[in-house]
Design a protein around this ligand. Structure first.
Ligand SMILES: Cc1cc2nc3c(=O)[nH]c(=O)nc-3n(C[C@H](O)[C@H](O)[C@H](O)COP(=O)(O)O)c2cc1C
Length: 243
């Protein structure tokens, strides 16, 4: 019996040493990860920006670089369905007089993407939707540029309409084969005037938990992807419900 106990202790020590060794190796080759956040509100310091910042603070606390882009007051046209991005295959939208193409490349270069929108008539704010339609269409027809990046969405709302907005933003993430971290409730924060979400204790916690989970998933992917290969991309089947 004492021989077995001694052996058990030795095994445990070896396992601990092995874990410490693997951990040190992972830390040594820690790669600088980056998350880019898009604030769909015209308010640079509004409730959407505050919500996104709480997520970003958690990511930064985990050593992840962050950047927030304010979409809300820019002049961004909606998709004109010209299919230029399909024809040209240059990772760019054919409309060139706004920052959408620059932001597509920023998203391509990032490891994680955060989408945030205020609720406007129970929907995503118009400028944000115009940007997302164009950027994600370009991505999908140019080899799926955002595939396997980690992506999450948040919404800011006075009273109701938060869920459909998060839901709509999640459609872009889902369609792109991105990996979505979750929180402990829907990613919605409440407030009317800029900054009022600071009083929404539960909303703030939702954002914190989301940031922590997002950072953890990003680290897991970074450390695991060379050991476990990603699934091969597939040729998309388009069934257009016509005969
Ligand atoms: C055009 C417009 C439409 C809005 N529609 C809604 C709505 O449908 N439901 C709601 O609860 N709040 C609505 N709001 C309030 C905003 O969602 C709320 O003030 C939010 O906190 C704004 O976020 P921001 O500070 O990031 O701009 C609306 C505000 C505007 C300007």
């Amino acid at each position: 019996m004492s021989h077995l106990r001694r052996k058990g202790r030795l095994d445990a020590m070896q396992a601990e040493q092995e874990l410490a060794r693997v951990g040190t190796n992972l830390e040594k080759r820690r790669i600088q990860l980056k998350v880019i956040a898009f604030n769909g509100s015209p308010n640079k310091e509004g409730n959407t920006a505050c919500s996104l910042q709480i997520v970003l603070d958690q990511l930064e606390g985990a050593g992840i670089e962050t950047e927030m882009i304010h979409v809300g007051k820019k002049k961004i046209q909606g998709c004109i369905a010209c299919y230029g991005c399909v024809k040209n295959q240059n990772e760019a939208c054919a409309i060139k007089n706004d920052p959408v193409n620059e932001w597509i490349q920023k998203m391509k270069a990032a490891d994680g993407i955060l989408l945030g929108s205020p609720v406007h008539f129970a929907g995503v704010a118009g400028t944000m939707k115009s940007f997302l339609d164009r950027a994600f269409f370009v991505s999908s027809v140019n080899g799926n540029l955002f595939r396997h990046k980690v992506g999450a969405a948040v919404a800011a709302v006075r009273r109701s309409g938060g869920i459909p907005v998060v839901d709509t933003l999640n459609h872009y993430i889902n369609y792109s084969e991105m990996i979505m971290p979750s929180s402990n409730y829907w990613n919605v924060a409440h407030g009317l005037k800029p900054g009022e979400m600071e009083q929404d204790g539960e909303g703030k916690q939702v954002m914190e938990v989301l940031g922590k989970n997002m950072a953890w998933i990003m680290r897991l992917i970074e450390h695991g992807k060379e050991h476990i290969p990603a699934p091969e991309p597939v040729e998309k089947i388009m069934t257009n419900f016509i005969r």
